[in-house]
Design a protein around this ligand. Structure first.
Ligand SMILES: Nc1ncnc2c1ncn2[C@@H]1O[C@H](COP(=O)(O)OP(=O)(O)O)[C@@H](O)[C@H]1O
Ligand SMILES: O=c1ccn([C@@H]2O[C@H](COP(=O)(O)O)[C@@H](O)[C@H]2O)c(=O)[nH]1
Length: 229
């Protein structure tokens, strides 16, 4: 059983480069890392027709099932596997399938609201906010939403002006104050290299959470290790 030793939260606006930073800073730790997209915890809207789901404000905190995210993160931190929901951006809805996620040494929680909920934020060992100019972010978003998420340009522009931009200013940008580190211009190589090194060190066993992990494991196995020195 693995008790995660290092939990990282990566927040930032849409298109800021959160997923890219998450991938780059953890690509050298192989199977020791699990990525949890906060987007997977959008509420299940199966009871609404697609026309109504298209009009939901997905950039408001109330769009998320926070209780499920808290519980699942707690379970992972205590060494239990979870059934993580999956999300379909084209259908604006949760998928019927869930993914079994086993706890690993490093957990990366990533999403626009990764630093929003107090209880979730308390569970993080390192809080990052990726900061990228709004014009760069909207250009990236247009490209992604039209190509990968099957949206029309007019719809993407309207959604940006109606909800994405104002919610970013009201709710997402202020979470920057919860960050330990602000990463300018997304995946910049200096920040990526430093964070990569930090994560490697944590995986190799130097984190404070390892003390907690050892004691939980000892409790569970009923053993007590006495150090010689
Ligand atoms: N530093 C960067 N330079 C150039 N393109 C980038 C950079 N970071 C991310 N991108 C590109 O921008 C798009 C959005 O990045 P992504 O990491 O998915 O953002 P987010 O997860 O914050 O929405 C992707 O196509 C990605 O390849
Ligand atoms: O059904 C949905 C759910 C979410 N969105 C948009 O997604 C982004 C968050 O994803 P990023 O990868 O961080 O960009 C958020 O701004 C929502 O507006 C959506 O369009 N439809």
């Amino acid at each position: 059983m693995t008790i995660p030793s290092f939990v990282i939260g990566i927040a930032g606006g849409t298109g800021a480069g959160k997923t890219t930073v998450a991938r780059l800073i953890t690509e050298n730790v192989g199977d020791s890392v699990t990525r949890i997209p906060v987007d997977n915890y959008y509420k299940d809207l199966s009871h609404l027709p697609i026309e109504e789901r298209e009009t939901v404000n997905y950039d408001h905190p109330s769009a998320f099932e926070w209780s499920l995210l808290r519980t699942q993160l707690e379970n992972l931190l205590e060494g239990r596997s979870i059934e993580m929901p999956e999300y379909d951006f084209t259908a604006h809805n949760r998928k019927s399938d869930r993914t079994i996620v086993e706890p690993t040494d490093v957990i990366v929680l990533e999403g626009i609201f990764a630093l929003y909920d107090e209880k979730v934020t308390e569970m993080l060992d390192l809080r990052l906010y990726v900061e990228t100019d709004a014009d760069v972010r909207i250009l990236r978003r247009i490209q992604r939403d039209v190509i990968d998420r099957g949206r029309k340009l007019e719809g993407v522009m309207q959604q940006y002006l109606d909800t994405v931009k104002p919610m970013h200013e009201q709710f997402i940008e202020p979470t920057k104050s919860h960050a330990d580190l602000i990463i300018p211009e997304g995946a910049n190589s200096v920040a990526v290299n430093l964070l990569e090194e930090k994560i490697r060190t944590e995986v190799e066993g130097n984190s404070s959470r390892n003390w907690e992990r050892d004691s939980i494991e000892n409790e569970l196995t009923g053993t007590l290790e006495i150090e010689d020195d």
